[in-house]
Design a protein around this ligand. Structure first.
Ligand SMILES: NC(=O)c1ccc[n+]([C@@H]2O[C@H](COP(=O)([O-])OP(=O)(O)OC[C@H]3O[C@@H](n4cnc5c(N)ncnc54)[C@H](O)[C@@H]3O)[C@@H](O)[C@H]2O)c1
Length: 352
């Protein structure tokens, strides 16, 4: 075991502060990574403030962060995929049972015995797992991703969660080329959804409550923008979408978006608001529409997404911050005041 530097929260109402955490020594299959950048996902904030208490209560102290990119510093004797000096990525998962039907199908994100990067029981050290707001992490090589060398690393980090979370459901819903695809909420996930839908050849429409995001949405790859507070705008597009990705982090009227779908259209929820949403049966019945959920993606698919980003030159639009500004970043995230993801430069932790 060794000590790593990290930022942790001691309770749902305390700020994140500088601390030290234990990390395990590399075992046979492990890769030790010096973390260079870690994205700030809205899930980090939900977790740090225990907003998902009824589903998965937070154990304190907690260290969030599951959009990790770094450089390998050490590998165990049985590691074959990585060597010291390689770039490496880690997303939301660091282990699974490898034997359940979901794992067998490469869907580790659905494994009932998965280990999340933060907040899961730590099989090695006891306590819970600690995430990427830290200078290092030790992970089983099966959960470590190869990072394309041509991409900006600060912008790569968010691909490990925001990227795969939006890529996976769009891939699952088939060939989107020429289809009318909506993205609801232009935040960290939403802006990646726009980039992927555009790269897949869809006609991309962004729903946003903020008229000032219109220009950005078009720059990111949207073909049209709907200001969702305009009843007239919404009415014009009702019943015309093939697929909609809903990334909203807070309570909202999902029926307004369900009725945007055409026949057999699907709306997939990736946003995870604290409170249940109210769904109108009639909005689904008319048009034989469907509502689904999706959570990150499997490891093979995450690698596929990173390789796709490498060949299409796709990264997240980031504002790079030092770790010392993380609490302020959370407040700004709540006000949608970030274009479009904070990425923490972990070199800032060296001075702690
Ligand atoms: N399903 C998954 O695997 C997965 C993975 C990562 C994050 N998430 C969840 O997805 C959600 C979004 O995460 P993010 O990191 O993109 O957050 P974010 O804060 O960057 O973006 C959320 C967006 O929702 C918009 N929004 C908030 N309230 C709204 C409202 N009432 N009406 C319309 N728009 C509204 C905000 O303006 C913002 O653009 C969070 O709940 C997060 O926990 C889910």
């Amino acid at each position: 075991m060794f000590k790593a530097k990290a930022y942790s929260a001691a309770s749902a109402t305390s700020p994140l502060v500088s601390s030290t955490i234990p990390r395990r020594d590399t075992t046979e299959r492990d890769v030790q990574i010096e973390i260079l950048f870690c994205g700030v996902c809205h899930s980090d904030l939900h977790h740090a403030r225990d907003e998902w208490h009824s589903i998965m209560p937070t154990v304190y102290p907690c260290v969030p962060g599951h959009e990790i990119v770094g450089r390998v510093t050490k590998v165990g004797s049985a590691v074959t995929k990585f060597k010291p000096g390689d770039l490496a990525g880690v997303g939301c998962l660091v282990d699974s049972d490898h034997t359940c039907p979901n794992c067998q199908d490469g869907l580790e994100q659905l494994c009932p015995n998965q280990t999340l990067t933060y907040g899961s029981p730590d099989k090695h050290l006891g306590g819970v797992t600690y995430g990427g707001y830290s200078d290092s992490i030790v992970v089983d090589e099966r959960f470590v991703l190869r990072v394309p060398a041509n991409l900006d690393l600060a912008g790569v980090a968010p691909l490990l969660c925001a990227g795969i979370t939006t890529y996976s459901p769009m891939r699952r819903w088939g060939n989107l080329a020429g289809k009318k695809v909506g993205v609801v909420g232009l935040g960290g996930l939403g802006h990646m959804g726009v980039k992927f839908a555009h790269a897949f050849g869809a006609h991309v429409v962004v729903f946003t409550t903020s008229p000032n995001k219109k220009e950005d949405a078009l720059r990111l790859g949207a073909d049209e923008v709907i200001i969702s507070t305009s009843a007239e705008d919404m009415k014009k597009h009702a019943g015309t979408f093939n697929f909609i990705l809903d990334t909203i982090a807070a309570d909202h009227d999902i029926n307004a978006y369900i009725t945007m779908l055409g026949r057999d259209g699907n709306i997939t929820l990736v946003g995870a608001p604290e409170k249940p949403l109210s769904v109108s049966a009639f909005a689904l019945l008319f048009g034989r529409r469907s509502l689904s959920g999706s959570i990150i993606g499997g490891i093979a698919e995450t690698q596929e997404m990173l390789d796709f980003c490498g060949s299409h030159n796709i990264t997240s639009d980031v504002e790079v911050i030092p770790i010392q500004r993380i609490n302020e970043a959370y407040e700004r995230l709540l006000k949608s005041d970030v274009k479009y993801r904070f990425s923490i430069d972990m070199a800032s932790l060296k001075s702690e």
